[in-house]
Structures are given as structure tokens and as C-alpha cells.
Design a binder for this molecule. Structure first.
Ligand SMILES: [Zn+2]
Length: 235
């Protein structure tokens, strides 16, 4: 009882302070909703990381059942950790399993892609990286490939650097980056690279992509390519 009356007196004496605190909490939760999942900003460079697919859109299914949307998110979150520790501001289009479409939308794919575009626009990034896994009817197809929008010169530079790094560290074939006609590349004028990390339709590559130490090596290679890209632009 004594404790309760002290609490009452505290509340009465500090009404203004409590109201101010509530307003601040409310404001901060509203503001954090403007750019979903934004973290860190020490070097002034913003990168949007886009884990492909989500929710009812699982993407490709691997030879041994890997669900693309799930592994895309794992690679995206691992890359986020590295970029945040290096001082980049990272904005994620999704952090969980859910897609970004409106539940009432008749065309959920378009609704999902438009929501990704809105996040990109709001983030005003220096670079967009979209993470996917590939699939093909010929199960021997393998290797990581980077894509950029036709005419996006800086996207091509960045894709080339990431591709070279992947070729060196991840035993990818001697691939070159390619022009890709993907919504996430075409939806804005921002520099953007889409990475098809490998073929989950190839059982060997699927196993490799699910291996934690391979994931670390792969993400390190992508991270190195990104560091080189921004390093080159500063010199
Ligand atoms: Zn995909």
C-alpha cells in the first residue's frame, strides 16, 4: 500500500514528464516505420539489401527441398551483419518470412514488388543488392552470377567487382556479370545488382549453399566486392 501511494504521488508530480515520455515513445515507433529495418549509418553510405521472394512466394525449390525465400534471407542477414559492422547504413526490404504484398491485392506479386520499390525510394540508397538462388531444368547448371540493369554503368562496375570476387573465392566458373531484366533492377534509377548465388536445382551446389562455412565465404566475397566498389569511387 505504501509503495502504491508513493507511485501515485510520483505520477501526480510528474504528469508532464510521463506525457512527454509517452509522446516520445510513440513518435520513435512511428518514425522507425517510415524506413523499415534501417540500421547504422557511420560512413554515410546507404545500401538496401533485398531478400528475394517471401510469404506465399517461396521462389525456387531445391533438388533436396531448399526453399529459396528462406536461404535468400539467411544470406541477406549475414551480409547485413558485415556491412553494418563496417559502418554502412543498411535498409532491409524484409527481415522475416512474410512477403511485402497487401493481403487484399489481386496481383500479389506486383503489390510485393511495388512495396520493395517504395522502401528503396524512401531509403535513397547508394546501392541496392538483391539476393536470389537460381534454378534450371539441367541439374548440372552451377555457379554464381551477378546482374545489372542495362545502361546502369555503376551497377555494372559493382556487379563486375562482386563477380570477380565470387569467381576467386567461391569456385564459381569464370563468369562475367550480365545485363538482367528484373523488376528490382529496373524499378528505380539507383545503382543495383542482383546476385543469383548459385543453383539450388543442382544437388551438390544446393548442399554447398546450405553449408554455414560456404555461406560465410560467399558473403565475405560479396562484401569484398562492395568494399572495392565504394573504395574505387572514393579514389
Ligand atoms: Zn529468386
Amino acid at each position: 500500500m505504501k509503495g502504491l501511494s508513493r507511485l501515485k504521488i510520483f505520477i501526480l508530480n510528474n504528469k508532464c514528464l510521463i506525457v512527454m515520455l509517452c509522446i516520445m515513445i510513440l513518435l520513435s515507433s512511428c518514425l522507425s516505420g517510415i524506413v523499415a529495418y534501417s540500421v547504422s549509418n557511420q560512413n554515410g553510405i546507404t545500401i538496401v539489401l533485398d531478400a528475394g521472394h517471401g510469404g506465399r512466394d517461396g521462389g525456387s525449390v531445391g533438388a533436396n527441398g531448399t526453399i529459396e525465400k528462406e536461404i535468400n534471407l539467411e544470406y541477406t542477414l549475414a551480409l547485413k551483419e558485415k556491412l553494418v559492422s563496417a559502418g554502412y547504413r543498411v535498409v532491409l526490404t524484409r527481415t522475416g518470412d512474410d512477403g511485402l504484398y497487401s493481403p487484399t491485392a489481386s496481383n500479389k506479386k506486383m503489390s510485393d514488388m511495388k512495396a520493395r520499390f517504395e522502401i528503396i525510394k524512401e531509403a535513397n540508397p547508394n546501392l541496392v543488392i538483391s539476393i536470389h538462388m537460381n534454378s534450371f531444368s539441367d541439374s548440372s547448371a552451377h555457379g554464381a552470377t551477378t546482374y545489372y540493369r542495362d545502361g546502369d554503368d555503376s551497377g555494372q562496375q559493382c556487379a563486375n567487382l562482386i563477380q570477380a570476387s565470387l569467381n576467386t573465392y567461391c569456385n564459381a566458373p569464370t563468369e562475367t556479370s550480365k545485363v538482367g531484366d528484373y523488376y528490382i533492377l529496373n524499378c528505380s534509377y539507383y545503382t543495383a545488382v542482383l546476385i543469383e548465388c548459385g543453383f539450388i536445382s543442382n544437388p551438390e551446389e544446393e548442399a554447398k549453399l546450405n553449408d554455414d562455412s560456404y555461406k560465410d565465404t560467399f558473403v565475405d566475397a560479396v562484401f569484398s566486392g562492395i568494399l572495392l566498389y565504394f573504395g574505387n569511387r572514393l579514389t
